[in-house]
Design a protein around this ligand. Structure first.
Ligand SMILES: [Zn+2]
Length: 258
């Protein structure tokens, strides 16, 4: 392994049938979300070296929300370190009551079986925080967070982290008092990096490192180290190290001694 850690991407959408070599060629550790339990089942036999597939149930997807089953979710959760994409979406065709029922079940499960968890909150930021508070889910990673300043402060009090993409302005997070150690990078490929610098691909979070570095007054190379430290701390706190691919486990250990 090189002495420099690769870029991290905590939230990207990738086709379930992508070739393993293409993922390795990204040169980054990517957390690939799925949108439904069925989609996760499809990828669960893969053994990618630097990609972590999430167990998801997207709030915008009618079939995924209808097909959610807590027993099946709990069974699939045993094998992955990561839950995503889950959450609430105020613009979804899925009735909000159903979305809340599903998210409450997922967050309660994730509170009991500790996992890294990436949560969507588009036009539903307050309701997402209410459910996090109610279920006592810990260190939830709010992905593409657009809450108000007071909601951001509340999210911090609830122990949330924020995964930042190229379409976001880190200035707002800093102004709300979010420390750099509560941030993680994401692309949300292919939506979040639509205006990103090329190559526009999962794992390409160099522009996020630069933007966060600028806003927080930290050198971009140091920003990457901070992201890795934050990530490693989460991995250890959640006890999910051995669920990660061996190469990623080595990087986590390296990040802690770095
Ligand atoms: Zn997404």
């Amino acid at each position: 392994m090189s002495r420099t850690l690769p870029p991290l991407d905590l939230h990207a959408h990738i086709a379930a049938d992508i070739a393993p070599g293409t993922l390795e060629g990204l040169g980054a550790v990517v957390f690939a979300v799925t949108r439904s339990l069925d989609e996760y089942a499809e990828i669960s036999l893969r053994s990618d070296t630097v990609t972590v597939w999430g167990l998801g149930c997207h709030p915008g997807l009618v079939t995924a929300q209808q097909g959610y089953d807590v027993g099946r979710f709990v069974a699939l959760l045993k094998e992955t370190a990561f839950v995503g994409e889950v959450g609430l979406d105020g613009g979804s065709r899925v009735p909000l009551e159903r979305q809340m029922e599903v998210l409450e079940s997922i967050l309660s499960t994730a509170a009991a079986t500790s996992r890294l968890i990436s949560v969507h909150s588009y036009r539903a930021t307050k309701l997402v925080l209410d459910l996090i508070e109610q279920t006592r889910a810990e260190s939830v990673i709010l992905h593409w967070w657009l809450g108000s300043e007071s909601q951001t402060k509340r999210a911090l009090e609830l122990g949330c982290l924020f995964s930042v993409n190229q379409s976001m302005d880190p200035t707002k997070l800093r102004a709300a008092g979010v420390p750099i150690t509560s941030l993680l990078p994401e692309t949300d490929h292919p939506s979040g990096n639509r205006r990103g610098t090329s190559p526009r691909q999962p794992g390409q979070t160099l522009d996020v490192e630069r933007a966060v570095g600028r806003v927080y007054g930290v050198d971009p190379a140091e920003v990457r180290n901070i992201f890795w430290k934050t990530f490693s701390t989460q991995v250890n706190a959640k006890g999910v190290l051995t669920l990660l691919p061996p190469a990623v486990q080595r990087m986590v250990r390296f990040a802690q001694t770095n």
